[in-house]
Design a protein around this ligand. Structure first.
Ligand code: SF4
Length: 218
């Protein structure tokens, strides 16, 4: 596998939701729409148009491409607020003023605290830092239905988790493996449920044990 290979940044979130889901998407190229993914896609459309909106002391950039060579990740930020700040950084594609970037990830639903989204957001911040030599302390997940922001701080533990997830994704990609299903309450909402069949392996195992036991009894 080539060294410069890159992985879609959104898989950071997928992997932390379920390793098998990330591998099915990445290695088996599976996709299935359900009501959750359809709603999320519909609500995202307005931030999936590249634009730069100027307000006082802030430029909001939507659909901003990001990349990390260190983590082999690429993707897009739904929105990045570039907040003018004398302690900030010159962002080369803007002007000569200093800014502190503040990434915002849009998600379907009401305000909640989901680690996988926080890690996806942190990965975006780490990509921006690597690209523009800046430092970003925080960003936000914006929940579209409740119209509320959940602010996320990029502490060292989150950064470490992002780095480790990126390495694990690269391992999965290089090995072209798919971890076994582990049924959990998350499976009910998972759009890949029909394709993954998380209960089948256990049922098959149970069936094989039953057959084996029946032979022992004979
Ligand atoms: S159905 Fe469950 S085990 Fe299968 S990919 Fe989805 S979350 Fe993972």
């Amino acid at each position: 596998m080539e060294d410069n290979i890159t992985i879609p940044l959104s898989y950071i979130s997928q992997y932390n939701y379920c390793k098998r889901r990330a591998a099915l998407l990445m290695n088996e190229q599976l996709w299935n729409e359900n009501s959750y993914t359809a709603m999320g896609r519909g609500e995202h459309e307005h931030v999936h148009t590249p634009a730069a909106e100027h307000t006082s002391n802030c430029i909001v950039i939507t659909d901003m491409p990001v990349l990390s060579e260190k983590m082999h990740l690429f993707g897009k930020c739904d929105a990045v607020e570039m907040n003018e700040d004398i302690n900030g950084f010159v962002i080369p594609f803007l002007d000569n003023k200093k800014y502190i970037p503040y990434p915002i990830e849009y998600k379907h639903g009401v305000l909640r605290n989901e680690t996988e989204y926080e890690l996806q957001l942190c990965a975006q911040a780490m990509c921006i830092e690597e690209m523009y030599g800046c430092h970003i302390d925080k960003g936000a997940v914006f929940y579209i239905t409740s119209h509320r922001r959940h602010e996320v701080f990029f502490y060292e533990d989150k950064r470490k988790a992002v780095f480790e997830t990126a390495a694990q994704l690269l391992n999965l990609l290089n090995s072209q493996t798919v971890p076994q299903a582990e049924y959990s309450p998350k499976c009910k909402k998972c759009s890949l449920n029909d394709l993954c069949m998380p209960n089948t392996e256990k049922s098959a195992k149970k069936y094989m044990t039953m057959i084996r036991d029946s032979f022992k009894e004979e």
